[in-house]
Write a protein of this length. Sequence first.
Length: 157
Amino acid sequence: MASISHHGVLSLLLLLCLVACAVSIDVEYCKKNANYTVKVSGVDISPYPIRRGEQTTFNISASTGDEISAGKLIIDVNYFFFHVDHEEIDLCKETSCPVTTGDFVLSHQQILPSITPPGSYTLTMNIKGDDGKQLTCITFGFSIGFMADAGNLISEK
């Protein structure tokens, strides 16, 4: 029978925590052949799976060839086939404006109520410039865990 050292167990636990604490999600463009001004390379979600009643951070890695002085993020969320959320957020609250050419990160934080149903969700995010022109549109899936934090359930009563 093989034995694992104390350091081996700690390393394994650390690795499992890192995998469970954050994950990079693959994104798809809403229109496959569109030539969007903003190119999105990925979305990191932490913690993952998302925990109801706890803050979740969505970091969207992107790049642009044009300076963006202002705009808005339009976020729509579906749970299976049901539309469950719509938000319009000032772009400059999620990243520093003006966005200069090159790489940048949008960072959106959200706390989902403990009553949010667990399961698989789809998020669609549009970025529009201050002139209303669509700069990008992406979609990606994410999961909300089955366990809510008991402390949050008690404090919300």
